[in-house]
Design a protein around this ligand. Structure first.
Ligand code: ASP
Length: 311
């Protein structure tokens, strides 16, 4: 079986015209770094689950992306993070919602999957459980960045003024995610996010909802999504791709492209990365861009941001 990995750093991209060459180079380097981390696992014959975990950890640690360090704020100036992982071999899954504390929420999702006997844990109960599991915790300052505070303040002022919402996708939202296939043919998916800037406290997006923002099943595909989560939840976006493959016998590419196109008409702007049991990953998006990249069986790293070709 040929191993492959794909990642995304969210559909909340800085508009192409506003992204200078240095900033673009920074995003490409961060994506490359995450792909390298995931590929290292696959290249030594390691499991897809470890590859997606390691890739997502790199993206969570990088303040460029809206996940863990660099997460966006709620309207109450708090941080509420969501994350999920899923293993395609046995459909084991774990997710956390509305947490702030673990340095890497993706490790929280994994701990829920591997040790809790549950699938989805939220808020204070999840945080207490993850502490008991020995996860590394960080204070809110660690996750805080000036860029996200500025975006929050702008949005809160806009709401007070009743002005139209003309923010770029970059000020609105973002997410990180990875999907991988290992040499044994096992698929895995992982996703992590701070959600939407100035979201209602308690709001949970698609990321930790299995079948909406994160999904993996060896017989069809592994999927990680990014975009306005409500649309993806209503559309059960990730599971819908698997269903079209399973029942309508569509190819991964056709199912993923069609779902992303249809999502737009249901308020789901954004995109996703997906892999099947063979072939290269697919990465459709209906937004202006999506930080993304992949490594195919040849081991070469490819990254892209908007609609240009891969580097
Ligand atoms: N899907 C995420 C959410 O709704 C945000 C994003 O991917 O941009 O929480």
């Amino acid at each position: 079986m040929q191993a492959t990995i794909a990642i995304h750093g969210g559909a909340g991209t800085i508009p192409a015209a506003a992204l200078d060459a240095d900033a673009a180079a920074g995003y490409h380097a961060a994506l490359r770094d995450a792909l390298d981390a995931g590929w290292r696992v696959l290249a030594r014959g390691g499991p897809a689950l470890d590859a997606v975990t390691d890739a997502v950890i790199k993206l969570e640690n990088d303040p460029l992306f809206n996940a863990a360090r660099g997460a966006v704020f709620t309207a109450a100036r708090t941080l509420e993070m969501d994350a999920a992982v899923m293993c395609g071999r046995d459909r084991s899954a774990g997710a956390v919602a509305g947490i702030c504390g673990p340095r890497n929420p993706i490790l929280g999702a994994r701990a829920v999957m591997e040790h809790s006997g549950t699938v989805l844990m939220m808020g204070a109960g999840a945080e207490a459980y993850l502490r008991s599991q020995g996860l590394e915790f960080m204070p809110p300052e660690y996750f805080t960045t000036q860029r996200r505070l500025d975006a929050l303040n702008l949005e809160l002022a806009r709401r007070v003024a009743g002005a139209p919402d003309v923010r770029s996708d970059a000020d609105r939202h973002g997410t990180v995610g990875a999907v991988a296939r290992d040499i044994f043919g096992d698929l895995a998916a992982g996703t992590s996010t701070g959600g939407i800037t100035a979201k209602r406290p308690g709001r949970v997006g698609d990321t930790p909802v299995i079948g909406a923002g994160t999904y993996a099943d060896n017989t069809t595909c592994a999927v990680s999504t990014t975009g306005t989560g409500e649309g993806f939840i209503r559309f059960t976006a990730a599971a819908e791709i698997a269903a079209r493959m399973r029942y309508a016998k569509q190819s991964l590419e056709q199912a993923a492209n069609d779902v992303v196109a249809e999502l737009l008409t249901h308020g789901g702007d954004g995109g996703l990365i997906a892999i099947g049991s063979a072939g290269l990953p697919v990465m459709p998006f209906n937004s202006s861009g999506m930080y993304r990249g992949y490594v195919g069986p040849d081991g070469v790293v490819h990254t892209a941001i908007h609609r240009e070709g891969f580097r």
